[in-house]
Design a protein around this ligand. Sequence first.
Ligand code: ADP
Length: 402
Amino acid sequence: MKILVANLGSTSLKWRLFDFSDEAGRILHRGGYERVSDHSKAVEDCINELTRAGVISSVKDLAGVGFKTILAKDITGCVLLDEKVLNAMEAVNYVAPAHNPPYIKGVRIFAERVPDVPLIGLFEDAFYQWVPEVARRYAVPEEWYSAGIRRHGFHGASHKFIAERSAELLGRNDVAERAKTLYVKGASTKINKPDLRVISCHLGGSSSISGIVNGVAIGNSLGMSPQSGLPHNNRVGDLDAFAIPYIIRSMGISLDEVERILCKESGLKGVSGVSNDIRDILKAADEGNQRAKLAVDLLIFSARHWIGAFYFEMGGADAIVFTAGIGENSPDIRAGICAGIESLGIKINPEANKDATGCEAVISAPDSKVKIMVVPTNEELVVAREVKRFLENKKSKSSCKI
Ligand code: ADP
């Protein structure tokens, strides 16, 4: 069974093609385009590349195309992306303006180009369906909660992969198995004691932190929208709700302009005034740029804030795992986050930290009570696996428990 996973950005298309002739699945092809202005052409070029590479002979070889979809009104899990679901995504475009519109557009292009291939989305908030209500709730009136004002949590595919892989690396195959079959109805795995408590730090263009107990998320720093929590590359992160009426009234700008600034001109870019790429910001900070240094400090401060929250909530941690573009590649950011907390049993090994870039590694000192690890994420594999389950279980509309 061949499954294509397409990652759609407003100006990019990236893909991985998986073959599931064996249960684990393996990558047959990966590729992508940046600076895309015509997504229809990008989809056509992708299909041509797959054909030219000989990994498919025609689109008929594709059992399904999977998408890491973000948010839809009142729908989550792993679902067929039909018009009803696309409309439910469109209904919350203004909550995820950087993410939903390119996905909706891209899915419609695929639907036109490969009408006989099922298009399936694994929503990024599906991993948080077991989060306790207290961790979903903002202190708003009941009617607002019912209307959808709640923490969803995102980056679900990435944090789920970390839940699986970190458990394997920590020798807890019971937990890894549970994490892998989390969305399978009726699946049950006996979990041995003690509980495995992992803090997963996805630090990239978007950043978020999850607390995970025995493979199941207990919360995530992203809230109702993918703009909250830690500062992102150009999106704001946490902000007091009352800042918005204040800035509208005091600066006389429109709500549309506020949304644009919070979504495109804020985060690390807004604070540093240098770039939305942490590499440029770190370099500028090194050269003495104080705003750049503040942006770096803010990312570290915010990460520590959320790690601390989950450490407390879980009564400690067995592992802190770094992943995604920054988490996998920036020893400086990891060192900053782990600095001065030896009394909590969290002690980094500076040499191992420096050497670990883009590969699996343990970067804690041998006497650290909490293992600190770098684990490259594989969100596409998580999506592909759920798409495969969905296709094998076509009769039920969703392969997820919800
Ligand atoms: P996205 O959230 O967009 O999927 P990624 O996980 O690919 O992003 O992360 C992209 C980010 O990773 C960029 O902001 C980039 O600055 C950062 N990054 C990539 N390589 C490095 C590196 N070697 N050192 C520090 N940061 C890096």
